[in-house]
Design a protein. Structure first.
Length: 312
């Protein structure tokens, strides 16, 4: 008799068994009645037993056990497709399963400083919409002033995941925190699958799992991929009120997982008006800041000139 515990209690930080971890997490999510089986009264697992999944996929229980325990990490495409069908995975989750069994070759150590392409930085400065750039770990690498005005989370140097899951005050700024967090964790799992042994990703997942019950539960569900594009921007702003924004994520070519994130509103909506007001307030503050900097620079130059004249 199998003696698995529910998946939400695990902190999945394995460096060497990403395929097995994922199979086990997805197995926990499938109920026997979902696949035409009778659950019975004496079950110790939240989802399918190993032997039940093996039967559905048409493979031996012993072979499936080797896969889940990491003793065989390179099953054939046919076996993976059979497991995906038995687990009722969608297209994106099935692709993720295949990637875990065929991980990309390890790259050389990445540079410590990630540089956003110059053209993207210039584009951010010209966009009349809140926009910022994240890396695969959801660190904000750069942002325009309107993004920072929309939320202090969207400023350079912040990690969106840590703010969302580990900062209780941050939750109050989201009108749809439950849906947003589910989408974000699905996107993170998709990114993590590209390199299951990435030490920083493993450390980040472990930190969030230990610090947040919500993250741990979502990660254990093993959903893969973001929700439909354009969602996840329902925010509460202290100056302009509730904003029902749309959020678009655009992959930046020739980078290691960078994305350009842009918020926009339905034309003519109350949110569009509120966003325009926020843009006006931000532009005013930026002009005042620039004027203050020019004044300070001129004062500094004047003082330096006076010192030079007195010394001569």
């Amino acid at each position: 008799m199998e003696r698995d515990e529910p998946g939400a209690g695990r902190v999945p930080t394995s460096r060497s068994n990403a395929l097995g971890d994922y199979l086990r997490a997805r197995r926990d999510q499938v109920r026997p009645e979902d696949v035409g089986m009778v659950a019975g009264d004496r079950r110790r697992v939240p989802g399918l037993r190993r032997e039940e999944l093996a039967l559905l996929a048409g493979i031996s229980t012993d072979y499936y056990l080797r896969l889940e325990q990491g003793r065989d990490q390179h099953p054939s495409a046919q076996v993976l497709d059979a497991l995906a069908e038995a687990l009722q995975l969608d297209t994106e989750a099935t692709a993720h399963l295949h990637r875990l069994a065929r991980p990309a070759p390890r790259r050389r150590a990445r540079p410590r400083v990630e540089r956003v392409p110059v053209g993207i930085v210039q584009l951010l400065g010209q966009l009349p919409l809140p926009a910022f750039v994240t890396n695969k770990y959801m660190d904000v690498l750069t942002a325009n002033p309107l993004a920072a005005a929309l939320s202090p989370n969207f400023t350079r140097g912040r990690n969106l995941l840590r703010k969302m899951f580990l900062d209780p005050a941050s939750r109050e700024s989201y009108l749809d925190w439950e849906r947003t967090t589910a989408s974000v964790v699905g996107g993170l799992r998709a990114r993590a699958g590209a390199d299951p042994t990435d030490p920083r990703m493993i450390e980040l997942v472990g930190e969030l799992s230990l610090g947040s019950d919500r993250f741990r539960t979502l990660w254990a569900r093993a959903d893969v991929g973001y929700r439909p594009e354009g969602t996840g921007g329902h925010l509460r702003h202290p100056q302009v009120g509730e904003l029902l924004l749309r959020k678009e994520k655009l992959d930046i070519a020739r980078t290691d997982g960078m994305q350009l994130v842009i918020f926009h509103a339905e034309p003519g909506s109350e949110t569009a008006q509120a966003l325009a007001l926020l843009g006006s307030l931000t532009a005013t503050l930026e002009r005042e800041r620039a004027e203050s900097e020019r004044t300070q620079s001129a004062r500094t130059q004047g003082e330096q000139a006076r010192r030079e004249r007195s010394e001569s």
